[in-house]
Design a protein around this ligand. Structure first.
Ligand code: GUN
Length: 297
């Protein structure tokens, strides 16, 4: 293996320490509410680690657990209560929600100023316009990792593999806003391998175990592996065959321990940012301008 392994755990710990120092200077305790509907074990694990990381950063995290048969109206009523609660700065409803609840109704019900997932259409629009707003945590974490390891994004040929609303699309927007030349590839792309081989920066977010092989990676490319896939033998692997890819790449993120830890650190970053903006009263109604950019710059 010749590539540098990018240590996401270490970068995330540094970001969390910075946030804790910032929170210690605030005259209030930022509040994060996580809503978990049902008892999906994987979601329960995520939610517990979010709680622990928030507490360590001095953020008051509360988890609201609702039964799996909760109606959409009941969940929307919970969200309305959190929207109106001045002690709550960030609201995250763990996805997926059970089938009787429309995910889009949930996302659109969250106050955009408290939308620490960055999934509300207002925040999606701001991101695609290149204006300040709350940005989805995983792609934001990727940008933070790239900055930390000194990867120069400006002018780079970047390929985002995957077009999900949670990762692929916002990732492409962030890279475009940072002056990369971005291609979005997906399951219907003709000759994925050839597209990948052209990339100086490859971000894989397709959710297919070890799909990206070593000979898909250009010499000295930077490879960011967002995938977390569990194999039948219980091992966790990414979307890239890490050891193979590392023989070509200049740097690569491992799975686990790469992008994953950055997601939670960026959720905390978003919670602190949302708290500062909202509590300073910089949060006009959406039609009056951007919540995070009152000057409309
Ligand atoms: N489920 C898996 N990833 C996420 C995420 O980033 N946010 C939320 N709310 N749910 C998720």
């Amino acid at each position: 293996m010749s590539a540098t392994l990018i240590d996401g755990k270490q970068v995330a710990a540094a970001l969390r320490a910075q946030l804790a120092a910032r929170v210690a200077t605030l005259p209030y305790t930022p509040g994060l509410a996580v809503v978990l509907v049902g008892d999906d074990p994987a979601s329960a694990v995520y939610v517990r680690s979010k709680d622990r990381a928030a507490a360590a950063a001095g953020i008051a995290a509360s988890t609201i657990r609702l039964p799996a048969d909760t109606s959409e109206a009941a969940l929307l009523a919970t969200i309305a209560r959190l929207n109106a609660d001045p002690a709550i700065d960030g609201i995250l409803v763990q996805l997926p929600v059970p089938p009787q609840i429309r995910q889009v109704a949930v996302i659109e019900a969250i106050d955009p100023a408290k939308d620490v997932d960055g999934f509300h259409p207002l925040n999606v629009g701001r991101l695609h316009d290149g204006r300040p707003g709350l940005v989805p945590c995983t792609p934001l974490g990727v940008m933070r990792l790239l900055a930390h390891v000194g990867v120069s994004v400006r002018g780079a040929r970047a390929l985002v593999l995957g077009r999900s609303a949670i990762v692929g699309k916002p990732m492409a927007a962030l890279l475009t806003n940072a002056d990369a030349t971005v291609t979005v590839a997906h399951s219907r792309t003709r000759d994925l391998a050839a597209e990948c081989r052209r990339a100086e920066l490859l971000v894989a977010a397709v959710g297919r175990a070890e799909m990206v092989r070593g000979d898909w990676v250009a010499n000295q490319a930077v490879v960011i592996d967002v995938g977390i896939n569990r194999l039948p033998d219980g091992r966790l692997v990414g979307d890239c065959a890490t050891a193979e890819c590392a023989t070509h790449a200049a740097a690569i993120t491992p799975v686990p321990g790469g992008v994953g830890p950055m997601t939670i650190a960026c959720l905390l970053e978003n919670t602190v940012a949302a708290s500062v903006v909202r509590r300073a009263g910089l949060c006009p109604a959406p039609h009056q301008g951007s919540a995070l950019d009152p000057a409309g710059a």
